[in-house]
Design a protein around this ligand. Structure first.
Ligand code: PRP
Ligand code: URA
Ligand code: MG
Length: 219
Protein backbone atom coordinates (compact mmCIF):
# COMPACT_ATOMS: atom_id res chain seq x y z
CA UNK A 1 0.00 0.00 0.00
CA UNK A 2 1.24 3.51 -0.80
CA UNK A 3 1.03 5.60 2.39
CA UNK A 4 0.86 9.38 1.99
CA UNK A 5 1.26 10.80 5.50
CA UNK A 6 0.80 14.53 5.05
CA UNK A 7 2.28 15.35 8.47
CA UNK A 8 5.68 14.52 6.97
CA UNK A 9 5.58 17.97 5.36
CA UNK A 10 4.81 21.22 7.13
CA UNK A 11 1.55 22.71 5.89
CA UNK A 12 -1.58 24.50 7.13
CA UNK A 13 -3.14 21.03 7.52
CA UNK A 14 -1.21 20.65 10.81
CA UNK A 15 -3.13 23.67 12.18
CA UNK A 16 -6.50 22.09 11.30
CA UNK A 17 -5.48 18.82 12.96
CA UNK A 18 -4.10 20.57 16.06
CA UNK A 19 -7.49 22.33 16.47
CA UNK A 20 -9.31 18.99 16.21
CA UNK A 21 -7.04 17.54 18.89
CA UNK A 22 -7.19 20.54 21.25
CA UNK A 23 -9.50 19.65 24.16
CA UNK A 24 -10.85 23.22 24.32
CA UNK A 25 -11.14 24.14 20.63
CA UNK A 26 -12.70 20.76 19.73
CA UNK A 27 -15.73 21.57 21.93
CA UNK A 28 -16.88 23.94 19.18
CA UNK A 29 -18.62 21.24 17.13
CA UNK A 30 -19.16 23.48 14.11
CA UNK A 31 -15.43 24.25 13.96
CA UNK A 32 -14.65 20.55 14.54
CA UNK A 33 -16.83 19.52 11.58
CA UNK A 34 -15.37 22.27 9.41
CA UNK A 35 -11.82 21.17 10.31
CA UNK A 36 -12.64 17.61 9.23
CA UNK A 37 -14.23 19.00 6.07
CA UNK A 38 -11.25 21.17 5.14
CA UNK A 39 -8.90 18.26 5.86
CA UNK A 40 -10.97 16.37 3.28
CA UNK A 41 -10.42 19.23 0.85
CA UNK A 42 -6.63 19.17 1.36
CA UNK A 43 -6.50 15.37 1.03
CA UNK A 44 -8.65 15.53 -2.13
CA UNK A 45 -6.24 18.04 -3.66
CA UNK A 46 -3.21 15.90 -2.81
CA UNK A 47 -4.92 12.76 -4.12
CA UNK A 48 -5.93 14.51 -7.32
CA UNK A 49 -2.25 14.71 -8.31
CA UNK A 50 -2.16 10.89 -8.56
CA UNK A 51 -5.28 10.49 -10.74
CA UNK A 52 -5.70 10.31 -14.54
CA UNK A 53 -6.04 13.30 -16.82
CA UNK A 54 -7.08 13.76 -20.42
CA UNK A 55 -6.53 16.74 -22.72
CA UNK A 56 -9.78 18.64 -23.33
CA UNK A 57 -10.64 21.65 -25.48
CA UNK A 58 -12.27 24.51 -23.60
CA UNK A 59 -13.88 27.39 -25.47
CA UNK A 60 -13.31 30.72 -23.74
CA UNK A 61 -15.20 33.80 -25.01
CA UNK A 62 -12.00 34.71 -26.91
CA UNK A 63 -10.34 31.50 -28.10
CA UNK A 64 -9.93 27.83 -27.32
CA UNK A 65 -7.66 26.42 -24.64
CA UNK A 66 -6.40 22.88 -24.15
CA UNK A 67 -6.35 21.69 -20.55
CA UNK A 68 -5.70 18.33 -18.91
CA UNK A 69 -8.84 17.41 -16.96
CA UNK A 70 -9.61 14.65 -14.48
CA UNK A 71 -11.07 11.58 -16.19
CA UNK A 72 -11.53 9.13 -13.29
CA UNK A 73 -15.05 7.91 -12.50
CA UNK A 74 -14.97 8.47 -8.77
CA UNK A 75 -17.20 6.84 -6.18
CA UNK A 76 -16.89 8.41 -2.77
CA UNK A 77 -17.90 6.12 0.10
CA UNK A 78 -17.99 7.40 3.67
CA UNK A 79 -18.53 5.59 6.92
CA UNK A 80 -21.29 7.05 9.08
CA UNK A 81 -21.36 9.04 11.30
CA UNK A 82 -17.97 10.72 11.55
CA UNK A 83 -17.38 10.26 7.81
CA UNK A 84 -20.05 12.84 6.91
CA UNK A 85 -17.93 16.04 7.20
CA UNK A 86 -14.97 14.28 5.55
CA UNK A 87 -17.29 13.22 2.72
CA UNK A 88 -18.42 16.83 2.26
CA UNK A 89 -14.82 18.03 2.05
CA UNK A 90 -13.89 15.44 -0.59
CA UNK A 91 -17.07 16.15 -2.53
CA UNK A 92 -16.30 19.89 -2.52
CA UNK A 93 -13.38 19.05 -4.83
CA UNK A 94 -14.51 15.83 -6.56
CA UNK A 95 -17.84 17.45 -7.31
CA UNK A 96 -18.84 14.98 -10.05
CA UNK A 97 -18.28 11.91 -7.86
CA UNK A 98 -20.98 9.31 -7.32
CA UNK A 99 -21.64 8.64 -3.67
CA UNK A 100 -22.01 5.69 -1.34
CA UNK A 101 -22.81 5.64 2.36
CA UNK A 102 -22.37 2.87 4.86
CA UNK A 103 -22.94 2.68 8.58
CA UNK A 104 -20.34 0.93 10.70
CA UNK A 105 -20.26 1.22 14.45
CA UNK A 106 -18.56 -0.49 17.33
CA UNK A 107 -20.97 -2.75 19.20
CA UNK A 108 -19.62 -3.35 22.71
CA UNK A 109 -20.49 -6.58 24.45
CA UNK A 110 -20.24 -6.97 28.25
CA UNK A 111 -16.53 -6.16 28.25
CA UNK A 112 -15.80 -2.56 27.07
CA UNK A 113 -12.51 -3.74 25.54
CA UNK A 114 -14.31 -6.12 23.19
CA UNK A 115 -16.43 -4.98 20.32
CA UNK A 116 -17.53 -6.06 16.90
CA UNK A 117 -18.17 -3.84 13.90
CA UNK A 118 -21.84 -3.76 12.89
CA UNK A 119 -22.58 -2.77 9.30
CA UNK A 120 -26.26 -1.95 8.80
CA UNK A 121 -27.09 0.72 6.24
CA UNK A 122 -25.49 0.56 2.78
CA UNK A 123 -26.32 2.56 -0.35
CA UNK A 124 -23.85 2.16 -3.20
CA UNK A 125 -23.68 2.62 -6.99
CA UNK A 126 -21.92 0.25 -9.41
CA UNK A 127 -18.21 0.12 -8.51
CA UNK A 128 -16.95 -1.82 -11.54
CA UNK A 129 -13.75 -0.18 -12.90
CA UNK A 130 -14.38 2.98 -10.88
CA UNK A 131 -12.01 4.86 -8.59
CA UNK A 132 -13.24 4.07 -5.08
CA UNK A 133 -12.46 6.48 -2.26
CA UNK A 134 -13.19 5.10 1.23
CA UNK A 135 -13.33 7.87 3.81
CA UNK A 136 -13.37 7.78 7.59
CA UNK A 137 -11.66 10.37 9.81
CA UNK A 138 -10.37 7.82 12.34
CA UNK A 139 -8.35 4.73 11.41
CA UNK A 140 -7.92 3.08 14.82
CA UNK A 141 -7.84 -0.73 14.58
CA UNK A 142 -8.73 -0.54 10.88
CA UNK A 143 -11.67 -2.92 11.38
CA UNK A 144 -14.32 -0.46 10.18
CA UNK A 145 -12.40 0.17 6.95
CA UNK A 146 -12.02 -3.57 6.29
CA UNK A 147 -15.66 -4.39 7.20
CA UNK A 148 -16.77 -1.62 4.82
CA UNK A 149 -14.63 -2.86 1.95
CA UNK A 150 -15.97 -6.41 2.44
CA UNK A 151 -19.56 -5.12 2.38
CA UNK A 152 -18.89 -3.23 -0.88
CA UNK A 153 -17.53 -6.27 -2.76
CA UNK A 154 -20.90 -7.32 -4.27
CA UNK A 155 -21.12 -3.90 -5.99
CA UNK A 156 -18.23 -4.58 -8.40
CA UNK A 157 -14.45 -4.46 -8.59
CA UNK A 158 -12.99 -0.95 -8.54
CA UNK A 159 -10.10 -0.07 -10.83
CA UNK A 160 -8.29 1.48 -7.86
CA UNK A 161 -8.92 2.15 -4.19
CA UNK A 162 -7.92 5.21 -2.13
CA UNK A 163 -8.39 5.28 1.64
CA UNK A 164 -8.74 8.69 3.27
CA UNK A 165 -8.37 9.41 6.96
CA UNK A 166 -7.55 12.32 9.26
CA UNK A 167 -5.74 10.47 12.06
CA UNK A 168 -4.59 6.86 12.10
CA UNK A 169 -2.89 4.62 14.64
CA UNK A 170 0.18 2.77 13.39
CA UNK A 171 -1.52 -0.55 14.28
CA UNK A 172 -4.56 0.26 12.11
CA UNK A 173 -2.39 1.45 9.24
CA UNK A 174 -0.41 -1.82 9.40
CA UNK A 175 -3.64 -3.84 9.50
CA UNK A 176 -5.18 -2.19 6.43
CA UNK A 177 -1.81 -2.36 4.61
CA UNK A 178 -1.95 -6.15 4.92
CA UNK A 179 -5.57 -6.39 3.79
CA UNK A 180 -5.59 -4.13 0.70
CA UNK A 181 -3.52 -4.82 -2.38
CA UNK A 182 -0.23 -3.02 -2.97
CA UNK A 183 -1.74 -0.56 -5.48
CA UNK A 184 -4.06 0.89 -2.82
CA UNK A 185 -3.27 4.41 -1.59
CA UNK A 186 -3.79 5.76 1.93
CA UNK A 187 -4.06 9.57 2.20
CA UNK A 188 -3.83 10.51 5.86
CA UNK A 189 -3.36 13.69 7.89
CA UNK A 190 -1.11 12.10 10.50
CA UNK A 191 -0.27 8.75 12.13
CA UNK A 192 -0.14 8.35 15.93
CA UNK A 193 1.78 5.67 17.74
CA UNK A 194 -0.70 3.85 19.91
CA UNK A 195 -4.16 2.58 20.72
CA UNK A 196 -5.40 2.45 24.31
CA UNK A 197 -7.16 -0.55 25.88
CA UNK A 198 -10.50 0.66 24.41
CA UNK A 199 -8.90 0.92 20.96
CA UNK A 200 -8.92 4.74 20.95
CA UNK A 201 -6.05 6.46 19.18
CA UNK A 202 -3.45 7.99 21.56
CA UNK A 203 -3.00 10.96 21.55
CA UNK A 204 -5.69 11.07 18.82
CA UNK A 205 -8.54 13.49 19.42
CA UNK A 206 -11.18 11.47 21.30
CA UNK A 207 -14.42 10.32 19.71
CA UNK A 208 -14.80 11.94 16.30
CA UNK A 209 -18.48 11.01 15.84
CA UNK A 210 -19.45 12.42 19.24
CA UNK A 211 -17.41 15.61 18.74
CA UNK A 212 -19.03 16.21 15.35
CA UNK A 213 -22.60 15.21 16.18
CA UNK A 214 -23.01 14.76 19.96
CA UNK A 215 -22.82 11.81 22.32
CA UNK A 216 -24.78 8.71 21.42
CA UNK A 217 -26.16 6.11 23.80
CA UNK A 218 -24.35 2.78 23.61
CA UNK A 219 -26.45 0.06 21.98
O1 PRP B 1 -10.56 1.62 12.97
P1 PRP B 1 -11.66 1.23 13.92
O2 PRP B 1 -11.13 0.56 15.16
O3 PRP B 1 -12.72 0.43 13.25
O4 PRP B 1 -12.30 2.57 14.51
C1 PRP B 1 -12.59 3.64 13.73
C2 PRP B 1 -14.07 3.86 13.69
O5 PRP B 1 -14.50 4.43 14.92
C3 PRP B 1 -15.24 5.61 14.64
O6 PRP B 1 -16.58 5.34 14.47
P2 PRP B 1 -17.55 5.03 15.71
O7 PRP B 1 -17.66 3.57 15.94
O8 PRP B 1 -17.12 5.84 16.88
O9 PRP B 1 -18.95 5.49 15.14
P3 PRP B 1 -19.56 6.97 15.00
O10 PRP B 1 -18.91 7.59 13.79
O11 PRP B 1 -21.00 6.71 14.80
O12 PRP B 1 -19.28 7.71 16.25
C4 PRP B 1 -14.61 6.11 13.38
O13 PRP B 1 -15.38 7.06 12.70
C5 PRP B 1 -14.40 4.85 12.60
O14 PRP B 1 -15.54 4.46 11.86
O1 URA C 1 -9.66 7.25 18.62
C1 URA C 1 -10.73 6.90 18.11
C2 URA C 1 -11.00 5.57 17.74
C3 URA C 1 -12.18 5.26 17.17
N1 URA C 1 -13.09 6.22 16.95
C4 URA C 1 -12.85 7.52 17.29
O2 URA C 1 -13.69 8.39 17.08
N2 URA C 1 -11.68 7.81 17.87
MG1 MG D 1 -17.65 7.50 17.43
Amino acid sequence: MHIHDLSQQNSILNTFISEMRDVTIQKDSMRFRRNIERTGEVLAYEMSKSLNYKASEIETPLASSTMDLLENDIVLCSILRAGVPLHNGLLNYFDKAENAFISAYRHHKENPEHFEIIVEYLACPDLQNKTLILADPMLATGQSMIATYEALKPFGTPKEVHLVSVIGAQEGVDYVSKSFNENTHLWIGTIDEQLNDKSYIIPGLGDAGDLAFGKKLQQ
